[in-house]
Design a protein around this ligand. Structure first.
Ligand code: TLP
Length: 345
């Protein structure tokens, strides 16, 4: 049975062009900064985002962990959305490595605004841990792949900077935000201090994320990367795939977004499934199964038996993520399979 894997865009396999680039990659020892392919990837990532320097890291979690650490001191707070990835899915690295407390702010769809951030900022006092950083996630994963409206993001950065606070962006899916908004990744990231984005999600590289920002911070970040076990030696093999991902794959993300909209519009018509298809902007679709005989975990397990893989993200909440390895025809099969399973139930 052919598997239709909609659990995440992390499951994408490298393209033939990536594999060829990997086979031919020029390499060196990247801990000595002598890997020409890693160096090129770091330069290109910085150039594309309009920042001074880049740092190639093995994962998004490591990129965020280093990014958060670079701006903060132990004992500070980081303001973030209450459903942010850094708070809920990163094994508390913000606390474990960074020594900071998350100050979560509830939002409807993961999108913070200055109005909800400002009251949460804490100054130095005998009782409070002072705010060290504001973290935003764009696109917002559990918010349903939501994209920050650019004026809201710009305002957060401007006001934060007036207060002397830096802003880190978890842009794991930054290029999805760019494809959906029409703004370039550079414009989206213009005012944030550091950005992490993933090569290994919708961009299809097998491994790797980038942290970009001021050169002095990236130099310091290199040391944190080493501490975390991310000094990767002949990593040009991976960076070669990353370069193909960075240069070629952003152009096709609109296709994943169209497939996500297709899935959402079809699922919205199925009895028992609740979702607002008009909110689907990128490659992530969340829906509620409380009107079906299944919990989210049972729903995902039942569909897995039919070869359609998805993730339960809450007791009644299921997530589908579209990507390069699931073309439109397979999305059509996925919808039919879901319809059949629910009809039989
Ligand atoms: N997200 C994964 C899971 O961890 C939930 C997924 O399947 O969506 N930031 C954001 C917004 C992410 O969605 C992810 C991965 C990361 C950071 C971490 O990236 P990796 O998995 O490369 O460490």
């Amino acid at each position: 049975m052919q598997k239709i894997d909609l659990r995440s865009d992390t499951v994408t396999k490298p393209t033939p062009e990536m594999r060829e680039a990997m086979a031919k990659a020029e390499v060196g020892d990247d801990v000595y900064q002598e890997d020409p392919t890693v160096n090129r990837l770091e330069e290109r990532a910085a150039e594309i985002l309009g920042k001074q320097a880049g740092l190639f890291v093995p994962s998004g979690v490591m990129g965020n962990t280093i990014g958060l650490k670079l701006h903060t001191e132990h004992g500070q707070e980081v303001i973030c959305d209450s459903r942010s990835h850094i708070l809920n899915y990163e094994l508390s690295m913000l606390a474990w490595f960074g020594g900071c407390l998350a100050r979560p702010v509830p939002t409807a769809d993961g999108i913070l605004s200055w109005d909800v951030i400002a009251p949460e900022i804490r100054q130095v006092s005998p009782h409070w841990a002072p705010t060290g950083l504001i973290e935003i996630e764009n696109t917002h994963n559990v918010g349903g792949g939501m994209v920050y409206p650019q004026p809201i993001l710009d305002e957060i950065c401007d006001r934060a900077h007036e207060r002397g606070l830096p802003v880190h962006m978890d842009g794991a899916r930054l290029f999805n935000a760019a494809a959906a908004s029409g703004f370039t990744a550079q414009r989206i990231a213009e005012k944030v201090d550091t950005v992490m984005f993933c090569l290994s999600k919708g961009l299809g590289a097998p491994v790797g994320s980038m942290l970009v920002g001021p050169r002095a911070l990236m130099d310091k970040g290199r040391l944190y990367r080493k501490r975390l076990g991310g000094g990767m030696r002949q990593a040009g093999i991976l960076a070669a795939a990353g370069l193909v991902a960075l240069e070629k794959m952003p152009l096709r993300l609109a296709e994943d977004h169209a497939n996500a909209r297709f899935l959402a519009e079809k699922l919205a018509t199925i009895e028992g499934i609740r979702l607002d298809a008009s909110r689907v902007r990128t490659n992530i679709v969340f829906f509620d199964v409380s009107g079906t005989p299944f919990s989210a975990a049972q729903f995902a397990a039942r569909l897995a038996r039919e070869g359609v893989l998805m993730n339960a993200m809450g007791p009644m909440l299921v997530r589908l993520v579209t990507h390069y390895d699931v073309p439109k025809e397979l999305c059509e099969v996925a919808v039919k399979t879901i319809e059949n399973v629910l009809r039989k139930a």
